[in-house]
Design a protein around this ligand. Sequence first.
Ligand SMILES: Cc1cc2nc3c(=O)[nH]c(=O)nc-3n(C[C@H](O)[C@H](O)[C@H](O)COP(=O)(O)OP(=O)(O)OC[C@H]3O[C@@H](n4cnc5c(N)ncnc54)[C@H](O)[C@@H]3O)c2cc1C
Length: 298
Amino acid sequence: MKPNVRALTGRLRHVPAVQDFLLSKNTTIGIGGRAPLAFYPRSCDEMCEVLAVLAEYDMPFQMLGNGSNVLASDAGYSGVIVKTDNLTAIRAEGEIMAAESGASIASILAAAKEIGLGGLSFMAGIPASLGGALFMNAGARGHYIGSEVVSVNVFEEGKICILSAKDCKFSYKHTRFMENSSIILSARLRFRSQSPQAVSDEIQETLAFRSALPKGRSMGCVFKNGPSYSAGELIDRVGLKGVRCGGAIVSSQHANFIINCGGATSEDVMRLICMIKEKVLSETGVELAEEIRYIGEF
Ligand SMILES: Cc1cc2nc3c(=O)[nH]c(=O)nc-3n(C[C@H](O)[C@H](O)[C@H](O)COP(=O)(O)OP(=O)(O)OC[C@H]3O[C@@H](n4cnc5c(N)ncnc54)[C@H](O)[C@@H]3O)c2cc1C
């Protein structure tokens, strides 16, 4: 449904908004057409107000954090984008850090380090907003953010609810947020007291480890790993490292990354994704599933 831009911006005139929102400028892979309207709420109350008005107008919408795990269609998105960039408040409560959903993981880790709180250094270098990280249960090297959650405040069925970590159903690359339409407003994460130097050392160690990951515009890992396989290793084994479609290429450094080497379209990326799935299935019997989320029609 095409949004009635004038009616929505009229009703929500106090909320920062952008018309003709360009998805390619708001996704780390740098791909995607336009959405007619995007709202940037500045507080959780404002976010709830936006969501309530969109529900009243029966308007499809898409949440967007840092856009680092999404592939947006070249044709764009016909609904409304709700972008969390302005929800960046972070507060310490003893060993707990409470943050709004748009706060970047980098800024939460930096604030925690300042006051000697560690334990989430495994998240360093993941280019996520808190909301996106919770939605995806992001993590690295066997550790996931869901294990460190105390509670998550969500807007669900028209009201604010406080979910425990158990309610959020965190598992490998799966969460409750993928099953229903709840929107993450803020969350409380459990840290542990350490010296700022020890926290800093752990973060530096993680960043050094990550420096081997491919450079360039990407969405991180495209496919989920399985209990007994690494998607990247399977893609490598079937000989698809370095394969190119238009401006998109399967990284020769890490085969689970697709890089936009300039001018890639969502169609180029989709062609690579389909080729990878077909070849891995026919040669290894494994059906790969995407980790990335799609925006718009494909
Ligand atoms: C170079 C690179 C390295 C990466 N490394 C890792 C890694 O080591 N580990 C890892 O797990 N991931 C990694 N990723 C993938 C990505 O960074 C994570 O999945 C991250 O959690 C996505 O956060 P985001 O804010 O960018 O979310 P987005 O991409 O903006 O959104 C992801 C999904 O979350 C939803 N969403 C966002 N905010 C909200 C909200 N407030 N409420 C409800 N839904 C919301 C969106 O609608 C979308 O479906 C990497 C990506 C890149 C580009």
